[in-house]
Write a protein that binds this ligand. Structure first.
Ligand code: HEM
Length: 535
């Protein structure tokens, strides 16, 4: 399925890896022998045993036997599309990354949207965060922003991720339930982890059941760095904001759709692109000068906190358009391997401990899922020239003409690129400290932004959060888990805790605690303000 953008560099590259088979191509074995019968196995007589020598039969069945690869350990169910990114406002003086400097450039893009907890065959409209993994195939290498549709996360440190996912995934003994937040383990974990208080609000809110992938925000969640040509760093948070606005289902719709059309989101994205109704997002940045790192009452390295927009406004700098459906789901969607560590010169990481773990985890899991040569898979290849000294591994499809797979050598060395010429160099952040298992003191405040979130909701939205919390907790069998969750909710809002408790038996709501009050610009999109895009 091609359209006007087939001329882009990624589309041409993908096309060069596409094998065209149609009725003009004779059916052959894998190794080129033309096949005369593919319906009946070779047998010793019409009613006799099937013989081993039938290489076509064995090849056909054996290949089928190995068709499946492990699904992603999280975010197993997803849908993707290709597209393009155009910059409108250059970040001159902020970064040397060309993707953020050249407004004349159209950069090929790719996005995979996903649910988190369900398996590959699960339904689309469950209550769950949604993955919003984007890739720009820039002239300086792939930039992957592997985000979610929520700007915060459940935990602060990646060492907790296996615990979190084990609690949210189905029970080990009976694989029940599929729904993410509707069982004791989930709420046991969440209520034992005060750091999840803010994310609990997001997941219980209407944001947990988006109307469409096309109507979702995306967030990079972590604080990253942009580095300019002089080596100066600016902290950055990334936002994708949909031109169609942010919309949710109501719970009743979500439940019905789960039964009637479990592919609802996947179909919606596919159909819109086929119909030429290309979804678009603005890429927004919140920029914080290096010297302002400590001026907030939260830690920029804490992924359970946003930067409220009244403190740092979001500046929209470019537009992402998705305009081309994949040709082959397995090759292009199942085999895409996003990695948070895929950044380009002019960017770097912050010391967010959640991000550090992710920078290890994605490549590590993809070695199991796809093999060490996953970078050779067409959807994962950059469009810029690339050359490495990596070799061999399973399977390796490309012969390298260069014999010298080591550096340096005296024969045919792959040249290095100085930072001034576009070579990547890590930001020389000054660090000091003793080695310890610890977080900064601001990591220990868990409630105030959850309060801001709840307070910024309209009355209808609050009703939805209360109903969602009543539903989720009423599915828990253990009173101690319900009681613990209610105590946490009470720290967010006393009235909220009281109303949720009405649906439960044997839980006690503690006395009210001070509420940090209302803040209008918690996050402008959350409070329902629509934005007009003129770019
Ligand atoms: C997959 C987002 C935290 C491990 C994904 C995907 C997204 C995502 C969008 C799907 C990628 C795709 O479409 O192929 C996030 C966000 C996080 C977060 C926004 C927090 C801010 C973590 C952490 C870990 C982790 C802390 C591990 C320490 C994984 C793994 C996969 C995955 C193993 C499967 C990747 C694959 O098989 O290709 N995540 N994640 N994530 N995530 Fe995360």
């Amino acid at each position: 399925v091609v359209n006007s953008t087939v001329g882009d560099a990624k589309a041409r590259q993908m096309e060069s890896f596409t094998i065209h088979q149609d009725s003009t191509t004779p059916l052959t074995t894998y190794f080129g022998t033309k096949v005369s019968d593919t319906d009946k196995a070779l047998r010793a007589g019409a009613r006799g045993p099937t013989v081993l020598e039938d290489f076509h039969n064995r090849e056909k069945i054996s290949h089928f036997d190995h068709e499946r690869i492990p699904e992603r350990v999280v975010h197993a169910r997803g849908a993707s599309a290709f597209g393009e990114f155009k910059l409108h406002i250059p970040l001159t003086g902020i970064t040397s990354a060309k993707i953020f400097l050249d407004t004349g450039k159209t950069t090929p893009a790719y996005v995979r949207f996903s649910t988190v907890g369900g398996s590959r065959g699960s339904a689309d409209t469950v209550r769950d965060p949604r993955g919003f993994a984007s890739r720009l195939y820039t002239d300086e290498g792939n930039w992957d922003l592997v985000g979610n549709d929520m700007p915060v996360f459940f935990i602060q440190d990646a060492i907790k991720f296996p615990d979190l996912v084990h609690a949210l995934k189905p029970e080990p003994h009976n694989e029940i339930p599929q729904a993410q937040t509707a069982h004791d383990n989930a709420w046991d974990f969440l209520s034992l982890h005060p750091q999840s208080t803010h994310m609990q609000q997001w997941i219980l809110s209407d944001r947990g059941i988006p109307r469409s992938f096309r109507m979702m925000q995306g967030f990079g969640v972590h604080t990253f760095r942009l580095i300019n040509a002089e080596g100066r760093s600016t902290f950055v948070k990334y936002h994708w904001t949909p031109h169609l606005g942010t919309h949710s289902l109501v719970w009743d719709e979500a439940l019905k759709l789960n039964g009637q059309d479990p592919d609802f989101h996947r179909r919606d994205l596919w159909d819109a692109i086929e119909a030429g109704a290309y979804p678009k997002w603005e890429l927004g940045v919140q920029l914080v000068a290096e010297e302002d790192e400590h001026k907030f009452d939260f830690d920029l390295l804490d992924a359970t906190k946003i930067i409220p927009e009244d403190l740092v406004p979001v500046k929209n700098i470019g537009t992402l358009t998705l305009n081309r459906n994949p040709v082959d789901y397995f090759t292009e969607v199942e085999q895409v391997a996003f990695c948070t560590q895929h950044i380009v010169p002019g960017m770097d990481f912050s010391s967010d401990p959640l991000l550090a773990g992710r920078n290890f985890s994605y490549q590590d899991t993809q070695i199991t899922r796809l093999g060490i040569n996953f970078g050779d898979i067409p959807v994962n290849r950059p469009v810029c020239p690339f050359a490495t000294n990596q070799r061999d591994g399973k399977p390796n499809m490309f012969s390298k003409s260069n014999r010298m797979a080591y550096h340096p050598n005296r024969h045919d060395v792959l040249p290095l690129t100085a930072p001034a010429e576009g070579g990547f160099a890590p930001y020389p952040e000054k660090v000091s400290g003793v080695k310890e298992r610890a977080h900064g003191p601001k990591f220990n405040e868990f409630v105030s932004q959850a309060q801001l979130f709840y307070n910024s909701m309209s009355e209808v939205e609050k009703k939805h959060i209360i109903a969602a919390a009543q539903f989720e907790l009423s599915k828990c069998f253990e009173t101690v888990v319900q009681q613990s969750a209610i105590e946490r909710f009470n720290l967010v809002d006393h009235d909220f805790a009281l109303q949720v408790a009405e649906a439960l038996q044997d839980v006690k709501v503690p006395d009210a605690v001070p509420n940090h009050g209302k803040r209008s610009e918690y996050l402008s999109q959350v409070t329902g303000k629509s934005q007009v895009f003129t770019a």
